[in-house]
Design a protein around this ligand. Structure first.
Ligand code: UTP
Length: 669
């Protein structure tokens, strides 16, 4: 078996959005088939557990865990022997979860030793967010990936569940749903059978979860409600069955539709309705569910201004409350209000519309002749810029961060072979600890950021600089028939709104069902169009053009005669800004083009023209500014303009999807 490098794993906690208690209720179908199956919708939290994992040769399970506040680290070590692991699991405590899962993986898959460095945990424990299940999933996934077992997420869930029930902790069957990450999933419970269905949100939803700081007795709640099962003995028992059965199913179906349609208003209203039905049918059999704090907050008219609806969380009672907020600004206001008025700590929960574009290609193998002689020594993509927050970075890092802000998970850099060590040195080599020690606190997080970025990069060599199109073609195998984001390695972007420029382009690609390629475009002055790909076409909305002509670096005359476009009553020019969301069909075209070009460059714009004629092409006038770094005079303007950009900056995305860097804290897209 191939020896693998350490891998990074992030597992979030989970929140139950709808259907609480129906999981165990549906389990009673084992004995009473009259009971309706249970169903829940859960979603992963923004917070979670982070770990670096590797195989070891000592045949031990080694777990290093750093406390949530980062204050101290504990190390746990146990030989990978079934008896020992089972005993350790039964003994209880945090590490028993790892032992329980390791025992299961050893028993079923014959795995050997691993090391798990759980270096960071941002998930609050004992708040009904399934932190123990998250840890069990993390351990199962580490074994799965390190030993290349090829287990599905569903199988990881099973391993995590079996591992956790080998410990004294008792978990529900929905807890391990966090294995699906920050994707909402619907889980169905029919006796012992579970069925999991990932959902595809049609928009972003902004939830706020607040700790009611009240009392809740989960054991009491469970025991009161369970008294109505498996056979209803009274009218009130029947109402419990109906509430957790048929009524729940009806609400769940509607909630799935609202989620997939991206309808936050409807989803909020359904939460409010779910709470009303829950109260009406379950409070009569369980006093604990009267939850005065929960109901006080839910009934507060000020709260209603910011939300479309809300309900309790988990087993309910005065534990936590969740709201669907009208916007991120509304969420900020609500969070401040709940803290001031009720002293309730809050945390954000984002449900993000998934990106169909997971990969980005960034060619940086050009000769950079216009930046000679600088480029004799250093590729131009290593030119420095200062970001608006005052950090000096090479251009390539800013370009990569823009790509990640669009939800991309993997990056291919197309490089010249002789530059390989320079890129690896920057993105993949460790920063010496003596340097880290001297860094101010604000720059220390940059070390982590670089490390994180490094794990996402694949380097692909372009052995001859045969043009931008040829560089893109080198990534064909890596892209593997998926739509992908293409970005120039020498252009930078700053959004004027809270969605990054790359995210705007990817967003339009998704809005049209991933069916047509999209290029970002911007208004350019006539005397500069000669530097750029220029487009013309018909407007299908204020910002969206159905492109009918693409010309690479037209002359001023050509542009004036053929390429001007009417927009808002003016006759102007639009150029390609260097961000493309492309269908993989572009590779077929580039391949043919490369085969027919004997000398000269393979131009992307020529291929784009063919793609446009075949499948159509949309141009999006992005709301933001772009900066070129590949021409000396324009680079000089870029350096000044880029660091001074003062509009509302795009808050970069949960780019990494699974890191806690600044960009994620500001996450919106
Ligand atoms: P440019 O058109 O700016 O070309 O490339 P260039 O070679 O970098 O610079 P000049 O024109 O000689 O001054 C646009 C992007 O495509 C990459 C470049 O690195 C840049 O990010 N590129 C270009 C390649 O990767 N390979 C090539 O053969 C050409």
């Amino acid at each position: 078996m191939k020896n693998l490098n350490p891998i990074e794993i992030f597992v979030p906690g989970r929140v139950c959005l709808f259907g609480e208690h129906s999981d165990w209720a549906g389990g009673h179908r084992r004995t009473n088939s009259e009971i309706a199956p249970g169903a829940v919708i859960i979603t992963g939290t923004n917070q979670g557990m982070y770990a670096r994992c590797s195989r070891n040769t000592t045949k031990e399970l080694v777990v290093r865990s750093t406390l949530t506040d980062g204050s101290s680290t504990e190390i746990y070590r146990v030989p990978m022997e079934l008896d020992l692991l089972q005993r350790e699991a039964a003994a209880g405590g945090f590490f028993s979860y790892a032992a329980g899962v390791a025992a299961y993986m050893l028993d079923f898959y014959g795995v050997a030793g691993i090391e798990i460095d759980n270096y960071k945990t941002t998930l609050p424990v004992k708040k009904g967010l399934s932190s123990s299940a998250a840890f069990c999933v993390l351990v199962a996934r580490a074994f799965n990936q390190l030993f290349q077992l090829g287990l599905t997420t569903r199988a990881e869930i099973e391993a995590a569940y079996q591992g956790e029930i080998a410990t004294p902790s008792r978990c529900g069957r929905m807890d391990q749903g966090c294995a699906y990450g920050q994707i909402p999933v619907m889980m169905n419970f029919d006796g012992d059978r579970i069925n999991v269905q990932p959902l595809r949100p049609g928009a972003d939803f902004f939830l706020l979860v607040a700790d009611l700081c009240g009392k809740k007795d989960t054991v009491r709640i469970l025991s009161d409600l369970n008294a109505a099962y498996p056979f209803a003995k009274s009218e009130s028992d029947k109402r419990v069955h109906r509430c957790l059965g048929t009524e729940n199913k009806r609400l769940l179906e509607q909630a799935c539709a609202a989620l997939e349609e991206g309808d936050a208003k409807r989803l909020g209203a359904l939460m409010t309705e779910a709470q009303a039905i829950f109260d009406e049918n379950l409070i009569p059999v369980c006093d604990e569910l009267k939850s005065p704090k929960l109901h006080e907050v839910l009934a507060d008219p000020r709260v209603a201004e910011w939300v479309t609806g809300g309900k309790g969380v988990g087993s309910q009672g005065d534990g936590c409350v969740q709201f669907i907020c009208k916007s991120t600004d509304a969420r900020v206001a609500l969070s401040a209000y709940l803290k001031d008025q009720y002293g309730m700590p809050c945390f954000d929960l984002d449900i993000i519309r998934p990106s169909s574009i997971r990969k980005a290609v960034i060619p940086v193998a050009g000769l950079g002749t216009r930046m000679f002689p600088y480029t004799k020594g250093v590729p131009k993509t290593f030119l420095p810029v200062v970001t608006p927050d005052g950090i000096a970075k090479p251009v390539i890092q800013v370009v990569i961060e823009e790509a990640l802000s669009a939800g991309v998970k993997k990056i291919a850099l197309i490089i010249q072979p002789e530059d390989a060590s320079r890129f690896r040195e920057y993105f993949n080599a460790d920063v010496p600890s003596a340097t880290i020690a001297k860094l101010p606190q604000t720059l220390k997080k940059e070390v982590e950021r670089l490390k994180e970025i490094g794990t996402r990069i694949t380097y692909i060599q372009q052995t001859e600089a045969k043009g931008f199109g040829h560089a893109v073609l080198q990534a064909e195998k890596w892209v593997n028939q998926e739509p992908f984001l293409l970005m120039l390695g020498d252009h930078l972007f700053q959004s004027n709104n809270d969605r990054s420029v790359a995210a705007q382009v990817v967003g339009l690609f998704q809005d049209f069902g991933d069916k047509q390629s999209v290029v970002g475009i911007y208004e350019e002055s006539l005397n500069r169009v000669k530097h750029y790909g220029t487009v013309a076409g018909e407007w299908i909305s204020d910002k969206t053009m159905q492109v009918s002509t693409v010309v690479e670096k037209p002359t001023e005359d050509e542009a004036q005669t053929y390429l001007s476009v009417e927009h808002h009553g003016r006759s102007i020019w639009f150029c390609v800004n260097g961000i493309y969301a492309l269908l993989p069909a572009i590779f077929d075209i580039l391949r043919l083009q490369a085969a027919s070009v004997e000398e000269g460059e393979v131009q992307l714009t020529t291929a784009l023209d063919t793609l446009m004629q075949r499948d159509g092409l949309k141009g999006l006038v992005v709301d933001g500014k772009h900066y070129d770094t590949g021409i000396p005079s324009i680079y000089a303007e870029t350096v000044a303009g880029f660091s001074n950009h003062s509009a509302v900056f795009a808050k970069a995305t949960p780019c990494y999807g699974d890191c806690e860097l600044e960009c994620k804290k500001n996450a919106r897209y």
